[in-house]
Design a protein around this ligand. Sequence first.
Ligand SMILES: [Zn+2]
Length: 214
Amino acid sequence: MFPERLTEGYRSFVEGRFARERSRYAMLAERGQQPQIMVVGCVDSRVSPEVIFDAAPGEILVVRNVANIVPPYQPDKATQHGTSAALEFGVQALKVRHIVVLGHAQCGGIRFFAQESAPLSQGDFISQWMSQIAPAAAALGPHARYDAEAYQKRLEFASVELSLSNLMTFPWVKEKVDAGQLELHGAYFGVAAGRLLVRDPASGRFEPVGDAPV
Ligand SMILES: [Zn+2]
């Protein structure tokens, strides 16, 4: 059975938000989408970019995967590249002006990697996927230098950094960044307090933004 929660939620959407934004939806259907911003977020159910940024339909293009990872540019035909395909679409077809890598607190994917968790199935897709952040972990140094919580947090930030540098391995991303047509950003959402930190490109530090709750 289709979940009742979704039927109810849909009803509420149609009568509320859709009704209020009907003309916007009609315009978007007619003219197509032209989002200026793309967000790479995590699949985590607590960190929906549209909710965090209070986005209207058509405003942000979102790709979500386990632990908001941008893989390096690997134009091979041997495997599938879902995130790279979404980036290609956003950058080349929609010509977004900004890409935001949005990390978050208590990320299950990062924890899986940090704790070297056992495979969840024979396919062991998560380990394989999360092994991409190994260079970020290597840069942090030995695990034992931090307690588990501190290590996890550092790795969450380091992983955003790695994704930002991986973005620059895509030739059409680098080209547009160098030409000033595209900006890359790092951000981090602290789930419990609803706090958003944004990476300062000059210092590389993540600073609180706006009047977010402390
Ligand atoms: Zn996550």
